[in-house]
Design a protein around this ligand. Sequence first.
Ligand code: ZN
Length: 329
Amino acid sequence: MELTRRHALAGAAALAASPLLPNSTAKAAAPLADKQAPSFYRYKVGEAQVNVISDGVNTFPLGDSFVLNVKKDEVSAALDKAFLPKDRMSVHFSPLVINTGGKLVVIDTGNGPGAFASSKGNVGQFASNLTAAGFDPKNVDVVVISHFHGDHINGLLTADNTLAFPNAEVLVPATEWKYFMDDGEMSRQTIDRMKGVFANARRVFEAGLKKKVTPYEMGKDVAPGVQAVASFGHTPGHTSFILSSGSDKVFIQSDVTNHPSLFVANPGWHLMFDQDPAMAEATRRKIYDMLVADRMRVQGFHYPFPANGYVEKDGNGYRLVPAPWSPVI
Ligand SMILES: [Zn+2]
């Protein structure tokens, strides 16, 4: 107690005596800040610029079936090993804005304004962080959608159900479009969650966008230097992308894995949102083996912000090595 107090007094005296801090008196009564800085982060891939724009984080109690083929205790142990709370999950969301030099390209749009309101701002931050990062949604040329889950498509609309990117062409995977717009497929759904995915996709694309979308094929460029790569399993038309400029590349994985501490470490674990878990696992192993072999940078929609790094082999799974934060671009 005494030591601490004397130490603090000495510290205050030293500050007061510092010639560099002429007016420094202790401001201990200043309130604690209650907000994080707007979360965006930029890096270059060749001549292109990648802007990672956070949509926020959703935290919820860990359920029994978050991982389908593993007991909850094992999931808790993996969270604990990663220095995360054992009893809850935090799912992160990171849409992208890529400036290719010629085009401004958005990849996925976050949870949207409805989720922003209902979560009191924890998710659905993409629109406000986009503005904070200096972008005007009117200047976006292309919006590319990886798959039709709500955390990727709901940001296509504003709170008034108008177009969030009024001048952009909206590109969707052809396979995903065909599947989710098929009334027969919709009528055959038995699980409530899947019925909800269909209903939400119809809400956004039919009621909202009036079906004004351009379906794209796998292997084709969706924007200059951005190639669509089939990574089916999470959904029937789930798509990843390779952004290339010169000899530089980044693999934009979308939802090949969810949280890396669970699913990069354990590629055999089946996330409850993987529609075809076996296919999703096969895709995950194939892509992660490729990332290891090619030492390619990877950007992950559900990785913790700023959601990119490199992958190495680790036991029976892999390990994500986050890229160091750079204060300059
Ligand atoms: Zn997702």
